[in-house]
Design a protein around this ligand. Structure first.
Ligand code: ACM
Length: 565
């Protein structure tokens, strides 16, 4: 090539790029509306256009992320974005980055790169890129000039554990809905889904060794109407469960979205459904299940008259009939159940519940009293501690760890247990002081089954309480009174969606959003960098994304002037 020709080519390139309006485009702050807010974000000149030439370059181990991004861009633009080695969107791993979930997102007018230490970091970079696209890109298939503002984002989360829970036992949710729920969590960079699978009112996971858990335990003969203890019983058979294949499908789906699924198998309390299936698990197999007065379904009344004393519960609350700690068969049963559960779930943690276990049956049970004597225990709280420690030993022997609600502190904490603090912060503080790992989920800030307005008459029925978005935003997993040297034990936080009063998918979304959006920032950002009014202004944009995705959400925060401040 002659020198003149080369000069001409370089000059032409220079002129074309100078004239490229996308290169010179001046972006505004409001072009960058990301939740949770990135640690550092630069407003830069220029915009990248998704067009027929857009392609993604990614190494083999980032194929999942490349496909995820290609799908997002296809949904937005209707253009099939190719995966090839020359792509102008480059996904890469950089092992020299520090944090497992860190990412760097660079957008220039002619190229994009997303770098992570791990595929998870790259995935979070993609989620941030997603929020730089207009909200309608979530579903529209033919946005004509789809452009992304130039930026350099360097980001990493504050907390390693960012969880969201769903109770599928009080009300059952379909596999499709659980996947949709996981999609919503992924959008918010939540990394853990706590799946509450067993309860008094239903057992929801198939266990091959104990088929009655789902043939009997997954179905109740009715449900109370109205607030606990109820106005009446609807007398409608209700239930459902997940097969082990469906469980695997959900775990795999979550893994693609970089979400770990932690199953919860409740013990020793909240076990009426298992006891209905296998009455030997109770200290008193022949005693009738107790129900709030006049609240039992006709079918259950008949069953009890026909010598079937145990029922899957139809009302809410806490029940005395719990797993019998005085019987070896109870432990054999639970170990067999946990063995199947642990084989299904790759999670390092298994949640074993531990909350709200009344001790009345254990006090009356000769078997339990004998155990207390034999083991030299001083009371039933210590018997519960023995119960949890024994289960922990079994779970640890399979290479996994337990999480339990903060009641597991009572009577002595199991040696390797992680505590999930729900009755405020006190349990979490005590556990951290004892050098145990902690997940904070205080009911003051993290119970999404609480009302979102004080005007409860005009709200769908909820369990009680009042938890507006602003209060969730104010949540900080590290309690201010916890001494510095113990703060490292706080892994992060979680919100819980208990579903006694949430009987539909739409209502679940309504209770979840926008509180989850506030939670995501409370778990991603250091407390000092949070700013309510700035968040609220980004939330107004984020809301358009709910709309585009067809999500049902509570609107109080967009109207309420007290929350607006
Ligand atoms: C709980 O809310 N009982 C953990």
């Amino acid at each position: 090539m002659s020198r003149n020709l080369l000069c001409l080519m370089v000059f032409t390139l220079f002129i074309t790029s100078c004239n490229n309006p996308l290169k010179e485009y001046v972006n505004q702050e409001e072009d960058y509306q990301i939740i949770p807010k990135p640690r550092s974000l630069q407003v830069l000149k220029g915009r990248f256009e998704i067009d027929g030439n857009t392609a993604i370059k990614a190494e083999q181990r980032l194929q999942n992320e490349a496909n995820y991004l290609a799908k997002l861009l296809y949904i937005a633009s209707g253009k099939k974005v190719k995966l090839n080695t020359k792509g102008n969107i480059h996904l890469k791993i950089d092992a020299s980055l520090v944090h497992q979930e860190e990412y760097i997102l660079s957008v220039e007018y002619d190229k994009i790169s997303i770098t992570g230490k791990t595929p998870k970091g790259v995935f979070y970079g993609i989620q941030s890129l997603r929020q730089l696209l207009p909200a309608k890109a979530e579903t529209s298939n033919d946005i004509k000039e789809l452009t992304i503002p130039a930026t350099l984002i360097k980001d990493a989360p504050m907390y390693a554990y960012r969880g969201m829970h769903l109770d599928v036992a009080r009300h059952f949710f379909s596999v499709d809905f659980v996947k949709r729920y996981i999609d919503i969590l992924a959008l918010h960079k939540i990394n853990t889904f706590h799946w509450h699978l067993t309860e008094d009112q239903g057992w929801r996971i198939a266990i091959k060794k104990y088929p009655k858990l789902t043939t009997i335990g997954a179905w109740r003969n009715g449900t109370i109407v109205g607030h606990y203890p109820g106005k009446s019983n609807d007398n409608k058979r209700y239930g459902g469960f997940y097969t082990q294949e469906q469980v695997k499908e959900i775990i795999a789906y979550a893994a693609k979205n970089h979400i770990t699924v932690i199953p919860e198998i409740e013990l020793p309390g909240h076990s009426s459904a298992a006891i209905a299936a296998y009455p030997f698990l109770s200290c008193f197999p022949d005693e009738r299940s107790k129900v709030p007065e006049n609240m039992m379904s006709e079918a259950s009344k008949k069953a009890q008259e026909n010598n079937q004393p145990k029922i899957v519960q139809e009302s809410w609350g806490v029940y005395d009939d719990v797993y019998c700690a005085g019987k070896e068969q109870t432990f054999t049963f639970l170990e067999n159940v946990l063995e199947e559960v642990m084989a299904l779930f790759p999670s390092k943690y298994i949640h074993i519940g531990g909350d709200e276990c009344p001790k009345g049956n254990w006090e009356r049970s000769p078997g339990c009293q004998k155990k207390i004597k034999e083991l030299g225990l001083s009371n039933e709280h210590e018997l519960q501690s023995y119960f949890i420690k024994r289960i922990e030993k079994f779970v640890n022997s399979k290479g996994k760890n337990i999480i339990g609600w903060d009641e597991i502190l009572e009577g002595g904490l199991a040696p390797n247990a992680t505590v999930m603090s729900w009755r405020g912060n006190a349990g979490g503080i005590a556990a951290a002081k004892a050098q145990h790992q902690v997940i904070m989920a205080p009911n003051s800030h993290c119970y999404f089954d609480h009302y979102q307005s004080k005007d409860t008459q005009n709200e769908p029925l909820a369990i009680g309480g009042y938890l507006p978005v602003k209060k969730v935003y104010g949540f900080s997993p590290i309690p201010p009174e916890l001494e510095k040297s113990k703060q490292k034990y706080i892994l992060g936080g979680q919100a819980n969606l208990w579903t006694e009063y949430i009987d539909s998918e739409k209502k679940a979304e309504y209770m979840l959003l926008p509180r989850l959006t506030a939670l995501s920032e409370a778990l991603w950002c250091p407390n000092e960098t949070k700013n309510w009014s700035d968040f609220k202004s980004r939330l107004r944009h984020f809301r358009l994304r709910y709309d585009a995705l067809g999500l049902n959400y509570a609107k109080h925060v967009f109207k309420d002037t007290t929350q607006a401040k």
